[in-house]
Write a protein that binds this ligand. Structure first.
Ligand code: HMG
Ligand code: MG
Length: 301
């Protein structure tokens, strides 16, 4: 197989991880945790979400978190933005990167952001344009690429249509979401064969949830197809509250274990990452899905 020498990991735990937690993690704990993450060697952290706080109460303190953290040099601090109101909050919090998001399936888009796909395009287009004008980096997410909790399999042409529209808006990078963790390696190859005919691999990131334990296998085949950017969540925290059955992202701890053992560099310090993982596990008060974390907890106590 075809292995790269370096991989970029984009940590989404503070956003994708916490958005699905019932317990509200106090703002000062979020800040302390993100500050720890900033010292691990990660160079990209999605720290929160400027969505409607009624929809995602766990992240209602987005501005306080984004303005309370210590910004480390060389780290990009990113956040989700769904509309103009969110963008104003994101600008007020001086976020480095604005991440817009929508689904490739109509029903999930509606349940998640209360709009049809066609109604969503102009909203995101304005956000991306305003962000570029303000000198921000921009990222797009397309969800339900490998399956929708309401519609089942998603036609690849729908994924292509949404992806093309997001790139036309001017996003720097597109993250392909397996929102409910249904993808398998054969399907990942099939989807990437289509998308890589249209978009270069360096513009794509993969965002696998590990609901059924297939995320690392999906990452391996993505690596072989030339993808070198992956989203993951420390401890394996995560899930989309508007996608029934969705559980955590692939655990950053397990992903870096695998990559480092394969002599693929990430720039992340494993021990510091495990400490940050332990920290949030304690705050959440239950064991997190990461296998590496559980091994570390059982051997160190
Ligand atoms: P809406 O309720 O249709 O919005 O929400 P609205 O425009 O009708 O406004 C209703 C009220 O919300 C108003 O207040 C607004 O001011 C307020 P009221 O007049 O009732 O007092 N409001 C806001 N307040 C603060 N910040 C805002 C904001 N917007 C409206 N930004 C909206 C539409 C899109 C905002 C809503 O549906 C929403 O917040 N959805 C987000 C849901 C979400 O966060 N889902 C999870 C993230 S996506 C994901 O996890 C997938 C991903 O990980 C990739 C993958 O795994 O596939 C990215
Ligand atoms: Mg997600």
């Amino acid at each position: 197989m075809n292995w790269p020498q370096n991989v970029t990991i984009k940590e989404v735990g503070p956003r994708d991880g916490l958005q699905n937690e019932k317990a509200f993690i106090p703002t000062e704990d979020k800040i302390a945790w993100i500050n720890q993450l900033s010292e691990t060697g990660l160079n990209h952290i999605e720290i929160t979400s400027f969505v409607n706080p009624k929809w995602i109460p766990a992240l209602s303190d987005a501005v306080a978190v984004a303005t309370g953290i210590t910004r480390a040099k060389g780290v990009t601090y990113s956040a989700l933005v769904p509309n103009q109101q969110g963008l104003e909050r994101a600008f007020a919090a001086n976020i480095d990167e604005v991440a817009v998001f929508m689904s490739s399936s109509e029903t999930h888009n509606l349940k998640n952001i209360n709009k049809s796909i066609d109604q969503t395009f102009p909203i995101l287009k304005a956000i991306v344009q305003d962000s570029i004008t303000a000198g921000k980096q921009t990222r797009g997410y397309v969800s339900t690429v490998f399956g929708c909790p309401y519609e089942g399999k998603v036609d690849i042409e729908q994924v292509v249509r949404v992806s093309e529209s997001l790139f036309e808006m001017g996003i720097d990078e597109l993250s392909l979401g397996d929102t409910i963790g249904v993808a398998n390696p054969k399907q990942v190859v099939q989807v990437l064969e289509v998308l890589l005919k249209r978009f270069p691999p360096e513009k794509l990131a993969m965002h696998f949830h590990d609901t059924r334990g297939t995320a690392l296998a999906n990452i391996l085949v993505s690596l072989d197809m030339g993808i070198t950017t992956f989203d993951s969540s420390i401890g394996g925290l995560g899930g989309c509250p508007y996608a029934p059955g969705a559980s955590g992202n692939v655990a950053t701890d397990d992903l870096i274990y695998m990559l480092h053992e394969m002599e693929i560099q990430t720039g992340i310090n494993q021990e510091k990452l495990l400490n940050a993982s332990r920290f949030i596990q304690e705050k959440i008060g239950k064991p997190l899905p990461s296998r590496s974390l559980q091994v570390a907890c059982s051997t160190v106590g």
